[in-house]
Design a protein around this ligand. Structure first.
Ligand code: LLP
Length: 463
């Protein structure tokens, strides 16, 4: 394919249109390690390598678009979370960020637990051998069939999300002759600083039971009165992609206050609290995420302090990071197709994927970085918008970024930090074939979720 330079697009200095972008990095060839997984580097020829394998080779073998997941980075992040929280806490990986049988096996080997939120995730977890007692089941509308399956499997905990569900789970558990371990999900009234669609602990939304006006206390009363339930604690999840620890601290404080009220009213000290997931990661150089040990310390300090003040035994803490574990471990590799310079605006760079493999930009206005990875370039930076091949103008992968002005069709570009909520939210829009996920580790690459084929599409179409 041609590597010749196309007519250079507008340079950043000429562009005065609206958009959010900072000045280009001094050298576009330098990879910002904040946004790339740990084994990513450039080799002597300038091409990017991950797990010791050149992306050019990966593209040849697995095609594009494709997600490449750095397995040793994933495992290292699992270990960092469980070491940071220590033996008196539990880390549940949130499977909704990305789940596959291989991921379940890695979690099991690294000693993590797993949070699932659908029958499909539960099936994947059990099929790959995650012990049922290490699984938590979430969701605002679990079906009776899903609850039955979870109870039958001997699931570790079900997180109750409504008054109706308290009764539903209690009946099912009784029918199976068990006392199901449960937590109650409360909404603590925190407005986390994140996109509206992914903030979950303010009151006007569908999750949980409000602490305000005594709803959560009433839910506890009912759960304690039902034989089928073993109420082990209270759960709070305040949102996603959050950097500011203040929201978690308020949440922890309110949850501990509820434990104290429960002790005062019922004479029982619930042994556990779950503070959910939601920790932010770096999508661009401007993001500064906290390390797991800082998060663990901040949370355990506040819980310990509040419990001492309320004269409560410190409960066992659990957390549910999804994005913070898998997000930074993968990038999406695309081949550049059409390049369209729009005079005085910016250059549109079309890739062979788009909103079907990364809906986050269209849905949340998410920001991403991008780099030319099949070679280096000394050309000037040009302001680009990386777009997909779908039939709508909102099909944007990276809204504002800089790539070298000699970018040409056939070049490979990669978008880092796409491990979370990209493959798991991928669609077949325009009958796109969902890309594979390829795990790379120590010089070996293997497909863990294969690329969809046109036969897969036709197999479902039975009309
Ligand atoms: N626990 C519960 C109860 C949750 O609802 C979630 C995410 C998590 C844990 C994990 O949150 P994380 O650590 O991954 O932020 N699709 C959106 C994110 C939706 C999050 C839903 N719940 C996105 O792409 O940003």
């Amino acid at each position: 394919m041609s590597r010749s330079a196309h007519p250079a697009g507008p340079r950043h200095a000429d562009v005065l249109t609206e958009g959010h972008y900072s000045a280009p990095a001094a050298d576009l060839n330098v990879l910002d390690e904040k946004v790339w997984s740990r084994t990513v580097t450039r080799d002597a020829d300038g091409g990017l390598t991950v797990g010791g394998i050149a992306v050019a080779r990966l593209a040849e073998e697995f095609g594009t678009p494709a997600y490449f997941l750095d397995e040793s980075d994933f495992r290292a992040r699992c270990r960092a979370w469980s070491e940071a929280f220590g033996p008196d806490a539990d880390v549940f990986y949130a499977g909704k960020a990305f789940l596959s049988r291989a991921v379940v096996r890695w979690l099991k080997e690294e000693g993590l637990n797993l949070d699932v939120c659908s029958g499909g995730e539960l099936t994947t977890a059990l099929d790959a051998g995650m012990p049922a007692e290490r699984i938590a089941f979430h969701g605002n509308n679990k079906t009776v069939a899903e609850i039955e399956r979870a109870v039958e499997a001997g699931i570790g905990r079900i997180v109750l999300d409504s008054f109706q569900e308290i009764v539903r789970v209690a009946h099912i558990a009784q029918r199976h002759g068990v006392r199901q371990r449960v937590q109650i999900r409360v909404t603590v009234g925190v407005e986390a600083h994140t996109h509206e669609f992914i903030a979950t602990a303010h009151e006007d939304q569908k999750f949980g039971i409000a602490l305000a006006d005594g709803q959560a206390a009433e839910a506890v009363r009912r759960a304690l009165s039902l034989d089928g339930l073993d109420l082990i604690g209270v759960h709070s999840h305040i949102g996603s992609q959050i950097f500011d620890m203040a929201g978690f601290e308020v949440s922890a404080r309110r949850v501990v206050q509820l434990l104290a009220e429960i002790r005062d009213e019922h004479g029982v000290e619930l042994p556990e609290i779950d503070l959910g997931g939601g920790l932010g990661i770096a999508y661009t150089s401007e993001d500064d995420p906290r390390e797991p040990h800082e998060i663990a310390k901040a949370l355990s300090d506040i819980v310990t302090r509040e419990c001492e003040a309320a004269k409560l035994r410190t409960p066992r803490i659990s957390v549910e990071p999804g994005r913070a574990i898998v997000g930074p471990t993968a990038f999406t590799l695309y081949e550049v197709g059409t390049i369209k310079p729009l005079e005085g605006l910016r250059t549109y760079v079309s890739v062979d994927g788009g909103m079907s493999d990364n809906i986050r930009t269209a849905l949340y206005d998410a920001e991403y970085s991008v780099a030319l990875v099949s070679r280096t370039s000394d050309a000037e930076p040009m302001l680009v918008r990386v777009v997909g091949k779908h039939c709508e103008s909102g099909d944007i992968v990276v809204k504002d970024a800089f790539l070298p002005a000699d970018l040409a069709p056939g070049d490979l570009i990669a978008v880092p930090a796409t491990g979370a909520y990209c493959r798991s939210m991928a669609s077949n829009y325009n009958h796109a074939l969902r890309p594979p996920v390829v795990a790379v580790r120590d010089g070996e690459a293997r497909v863990i979720v294969r690329r969809e084929t046109e036969e897969d599409l036709l197999r479902l179409d039975v009309g």
